[in-house]
Design a binder for this molecule. Structure first.
Ligand SMILES: O=C(O)CCC(=O)C(=O)O
Length: 281
């Protein structure tokens, strides 16, 4: 029985990898780590000089003075949009495009030219009010005010974390529950196609993934974390000294994810969702 299950798993993995016609051992390793952990860190995904230009533009948006912590008014300052050249360059490096192909599938994702959603965290005595465990909401159903998620991850191919500052454990890195993307499909399944809001799902995904080991999204300017849309994660208060500049935009799908494919041509993300459901069964 075990052997049968392992053989089936192997075959499915081969199918998941078939989305990319040419790939080497590094790519296999990336796919394996993503399936296992729910994320991969792409070091130097874009040049540090590009990250520096982005950080300069972000400081301007805050209205804060980089040299005067007295002006850093709030523990978290949200910036949106940002379609200037350096942001488009950061999102479209060859390394990232190759990884998108591996994880989402060729021609199955939309390039981004703005990075959209930046939680800039500043050292502060006040605690932020947004540090709970959650998965991202990805679409707004008609008549709703809160973003929702569903089992086939409507509206989101990946969650991405772009680092624009040096982030050590002292700089409020995003907390990640390693492997938690596999705990979420059974939580989402009962909600069907309609899905549920991130507020409703928050406590449920937090409970389902409580046993998972913790990792921190640390790194250097230019590093990017590519995460499964169901990776359970949380912000944290900043008690360090250096502001943490990061973007956490979605990668949008060009075609919807599907969890039943007659030809078995599953992307890595789809395959992980199926694995999460099978694990529960
Ligand atoms: O700022 C962070 O570290 C993560 C923020 C986050 O996950 C969110 O606000 O959805």
């Amino acid at each position: 029985m075990l052997l049968e299950r392992q053989t089936r798993r192997q075959k499915n993995l081969m199918r998941a990898k078939r989305r990319v016609p040419e790939h080497g051992p590094m790519d296999d390793d990336l796919v394996e780590r993503f399936l296992e952990d729910g994320f991969v860190k792409i070091e130097g995904a874009f040049p540090p000089r590009v990250a520096e230009s982005c950080a300069r533009l972000l400081w301007k948006e805050t209205g804060y003075d980089p040299d005067d912590p007295g002006t850093w008014k709030d523990p978290v300052h949200w910036v949106s949009g940002m379609a200037q050249g350096p942001f488009a360059a950061a999102a479209n490096s060859p390394a990232l495009h190759q990884a998108f192909d591996l994880l989402v599938g060729e021609r199955r994702w939309e390039p981004r030219y703005a990075l959209g959603s930046f939680p800039l965290r500043f050292p502060h005595t006040e605690e932020p009010d947004d540090a709970g465990w959650h998965i991202e909401g990805s679409y707004l159903p008609d008549g709703e005010t809160l973003y929702h998620s569903n089992l086939r991850s409507r509206g989101r191919a990946l969650l991405m974390l772009f680092l624009f500052s040096e982030v050590t454990e002292a700089d409020a890195p995003t907390r990640i529950r390693v492997g938690s993307h596999l705990d979420v499909p059974p939580v989402l399944e009962p909600y069907g196609e309609a899905g549920a809001s991130f507020l409703e799902l928050g406590p449920k995904v937090a409970e389902a993934s409580a046993h998972r080991p913790l990792a921190h999204a640390t790194g250097r300017p230019g590093d990017v974390y590519l995460c499964h849309p169901f990776l359970v994660h949380a912000a944290q208060p900043h008690h360090g000294t250096r502001p943490r500049f990061m973007a956490q935009p979605p990668l949008y799908p060009a075609v919807p994810y599907e969890l039943e494919r007659a030809d078995g041509d599953y992307s890595t993300v789809e395959f992980a969702i199926r694995r999460g459901l099978a694990q529960e069964a």
